[in-house]
Design a protein around this ligand. Structure first.
Ligand code: ADP
Length: 144
């Protein structure tokens, strides 16, 4: 058997997740899927962090709306690791548009639309590392 790859990912529980009181359920799903949380932090996102985090969307007409949404309350940042974490977490989360996400996925069960889609999850190993650095100081991560 080919050994699974241990990977690290950044998950953000977005304002709609907090507002819907779904944080516990989302975290439970990740824990039941054997992911280990090695950092957790509740924070308000600054303009600077948001611009960096969503740099690939900065020129989209809906960027100001995303910014307003992501700053409408605190978010909860989670550092997680596990086997094939990038792909497995993104599979559990579902596609960006919650209205087409399958039931049983996090966005399919709790998301409202393309923007209010409950969680962010890193889309590659490289981005996972960059995003963990963006949201956490080294000494806030357990076992790093
Ligand atoms: P994902 O979060 O699935 O990796 P993207 O990186 O493309 O997706 O987009 C980042 C976030 O920006 C999305 O999760 C969503 O909150 C928001 N977003 C993306 N596309 C749209 C859109 N067309 N309209 C409104 N918000 C969007």
């Amino acid at each position: 058997m080919i050994p699974a790859l241990m990977e690290e990912t950044l998950v953000l529980l977005k304002p709609d997740c907090l507002e819907g009181r779904n944080c516990g359920e989302v975290l439970k799903r990740f824990e039941e899927a054997d992911f280990i949380v090695f950092g957790v932090k509740m924070m308000r996102l600054s303009d600077e962090v948001l611009r960096e985090h969503y740099a690939h969307l900065a020129d989209k007409p809906f960027f100001p709306e995303i910014q307003e949404f992501m700053q409408s309350s605190s978010v909860i940042a989670l550092a997680m690791r596990g086997d094939n974490a990038i792909t497995r977490v993104r599979d559990m989360v579902g596609p960006t548009d919650s209205t087409i996400a399958e039931k049983g996925t996090i966005r399919g069960d709790f998301g409202q639309d393309k923007m209010r889609n409950v969680v962010h999850a890193s889309d590659s190993v490289e981005n996972g590392q960059a995003e963990l650095k963006r949201f956490f100081l080294e000494n806030e991560l357990h076992g790093k």
